[in-house]
Design a protein around this ligand. Structure first.
Ligand code: NDP
Ligand code: OXD
Length: 284
């Protein structure tokens, strides 16, 4: 049951996937805070009040996402699944080809708070890193590809694709058969690998499964899904070349988010500008 409250007394709302229309009718609302870094769930509301929308930007969350990216890129780079199998069979075969990190091309889609940090850390490990975003990013050692015009060139030089994009009307369904078909076919890992921790709506899961079957993709590591929780009957659960984590690649502590929002409100009430406000036009 909903607690009774006076709509006129609500000045700020902190939300995660509120029911559409739930924020209408709050006459003194000053700002909306997303309880996560993503704001697609806020813009899903067609009756969203016309007040600033702020999101979580948190070094702890960023660090956790970079850990997830590094973990899975390194597991694939160092062929850990194959060594796990060798161990299960008690096979001692040290003659496997192991490329150097500099010969593996990682492409990061989205160079915002999360993508830029992951790209920098991948670069520090020695991978050949590029990034793709709407605008030019100047990150030392990381080649910047921009917008639709550069997408094909970015994909053509990518062995491991790391998607850290927001879900917007422009990015929905971007990770599809057409895009997978443009990834590099001449890489050292035996086929392109997809990592997605952005949002499930970015990917077409039927296309991922078909690309895995046809060899267009070698493997996929997914933290986010079209439907969450991932339905029990999804073939992704049991696919031998799919790795799943339950949308927890980068969880922020409730306490630290609540404290950050409280700090934002106090500063705003003192007359300072609200931080981490998203652009309504771009929806991220
Ligand atoms: P930011 O807003 O800081 O960065 C978004 C990046 O995506 C920017 O570089 C932006 O380009 C780029 N981008 C947006 N739209 C397009 C487009 N149409 N074409 C090309 N590039 C585009 O977001 P964060 O890095 O903080 O977070 C990214 C997403 O990660 C969140 O929106 C959320 O969905 C997801 N997330 C997932 C978590 C999980 O646990 N799985 C945890 C936290 C976040 P430009 O720089 O040019 O503006
Ligand atoms: C977020 C998330 O957006 O956890 O913060 O997905």
């Amino acid at each position: 049951p909903e607690d009774a409250f006076d709509p006129a007394a609500v000045h700020y709302v902190a939300t995660w996937k509120h029911p559409p229309g739930a924020l209408a009718g709050l006459p003194h609302l000053k700002a909306i805070f997303s309880l996560g870094a993503g704001v697609d769930h806020v813009f899903d509301d067609p009756d969203l009040p016309d007040v600033p929308v702020a999101r979580v930007v948190d070094p702890d969350l960023t660090m956790r996402m970079s850990e997830w990216v590094l973990l899975h890129v390194l597991l694939h780079h160092r062929q850990q699944a194959m060594y796990d199998w060798q161990q299960s069979q008690k096979i001692w075969d040290e003659d496997r080809d192991q490329p150097a990190a500099k010969d593996v091309r990682v492409g990061v889609m989205g160079l915002g708070e999360l993508g830029a940090d992951a790209a920098r850390k991948l670069d520090m490990v020695g991978f050949d890193v590029a990034g793709w975003a709407r605008s030019r990013h100047r990150l030392e050692g990381i080649r910047s590809f921009v917008g639709d015009a550069d997408l094909d060139a970015f994909l053509a030089r990518t062995d491991i694709l790391v998607c850290l994009l927001p879900l917007t009307p422009q990015t929905r369904g971007l990770l599809d058969a057409k895009l997978f078909g443009k990834l590099a076919r001449d890489g050292r890992l035996g086929g392109p690998i997809l990592l997605n921790a952005g949002r499930g709506g970015l990917q077409k899961e039927a296309d991922i499964l078909a690309a895995l079957e046809s060899g267009v993709l070698k493997a996929a590591v997914l933290d986010v899904f079209e439907t969450e929780p991932l339905p029990q009957d999804s073939p992704l659960w049991t696919h031998p070349r799919v790795t799943i984590s339950p949308h927890n690649s980068a969880i922020s502590h409730h306490d630290s988010i609540a404290a950050a929002i409280a700090r934002q409100i106090r500063a705003f009430e003192r007359g300072e500008a609200l931080g981490n406000v998203v652009d309504r036009g771009k929806q991220y």
